[in-house]
Design a protein around this ligand. Structure first.
Ligand SMILES: Nc1ncnc2c1ncn2[C@@H]1O[C@H](COP(=O)(O)OP(=O)(O)O)[C@@H](O)[C@H]1O
Ligand SMILES: [Mg+2]
Length: 265
């Protein structure tokens, strides 16, 4: 479903701020793969997802989604088949619009027609059903403004919006990091349920190594713009946090004591 070959990205090339963010990324995901991504601060995790989504052009290499080379496609065109959820709960939803309006906009993604024709009753029924499955009581607040919701409720709604039209790829960048632990774990299990039930292909950046091990069927570790570890299946399932720490230590020469990854075991 996704093939990335030799993708490189340097920011501020030729200046004193030059930064090689991606140093030759190769990755292949099959349809239905759920890949967690770990690595220290500045490893290039967000940049990799940004390159896939087309936020910035790549310097070289190739990104193929579902057999189509999208390397040169602009972000807005990729948005039709890529769903995204970011760390900031404010980013994925429109605060001054109703819950049902947010959903309706997500449903019309990539279409010319906006909300001018209104939301059909049949559509509202479907949204109600989907919101009920979130188990957050939102089904009774469909005309509430999204700005009134909590961070966790907004992330759950963003997740629903990102998957309303089945995306070819779902990109999650520490989407539970800003939530309290209880809410984070709710949104995480919701994520797993959605990926499972729709057989989505997904990538999830997390700084929680336990989550990285226990969620999904693939795991990659990044360091200095490279994928330094790539595991799947049984090998991934049998991993221990200690194994990941050791890998990370080997790659970084032991300099990880201050890293956020350490703090979130
Ligand atoms: N838009 C940008 N302009 C300049 N440098 C950037 C930009 N985005 C990321 N970087 C740099 O690229 C490196 C990788 O960043 P990032 O992908 O955000 O890391 P991660 O998500 O793994 O913490 C960092 O050194 C960061 O400062
Ligand atoms: Mg990041």
């Amino acid at each position: 479903m996704l093939t990335i070959s030799n993708v490189r990205k340097t920011f501020n090339k030729g200046t004193i701020n030059e930064k090689k963010a991606l140093n030759g990324i190769d990755l292949h995901l099959d349809e239905g793969d759920f890949c967690t991504i770990i690595g220290g601060n500045g490893a290039g995790k967000s940049t990799m997802l940004n390159m896939i989504a087309g936020v910035y052009p790549i310097d070289c290499g190739k990104i193929v989604i579902d057999g189509v080379n999208i390397s040169r496609e602009p972000e807005y065109r990729r948005a039709k088949y890529i769903g995204r959820v970011f760390q900031d709960p404010m980013r994925g939803t429109a605060a001054n619009m109703e819950i049902q309006e947010n959903l309706a906009l997500a449903y019309r993604r990539g279409q010319k027609r906006g909300l001018g024709w209104g939301i059909k009753n049949q559509e509202k029924e479907r949204y109600k059903e989907l919101l009920t499955q979130l188990d957050l009581g939102l089904e009774n607040r469909m005309t509430s403004k999204v700005g009134l919701l909590s961070g966790g409720q907004r992330q759950a709604l963003t997740l629903l919006m990102a998957t309303l039209q089945k995306p070819k790829l779902l990109l999650l960048d520490e989407h539970t990091a800003a939530l309290d632990p209880k809410t984070a774990s709710k949104v995480l299990s919701l994520t797993e349920r959605m990926v499972e039930s729709q057989n989505l292909t997904a990538m999830m950046v997390t700084h929680n190594m336990n989550d990285a091990i226990h969620i999904g069927n693939r795991l990659i570790m990044m360091h200095e713009g490279r994928i330094i570890y790539n595991v799947a299946g049984e090998e991934k399932k049998n991993l221990k946090v200690e194994d990941l720490l050791r890998k990370f230590e080997q790659a970084s020469g032991g300099q990880f004591a201050n890293d956020r990854m350490m703090l979130a075991r």
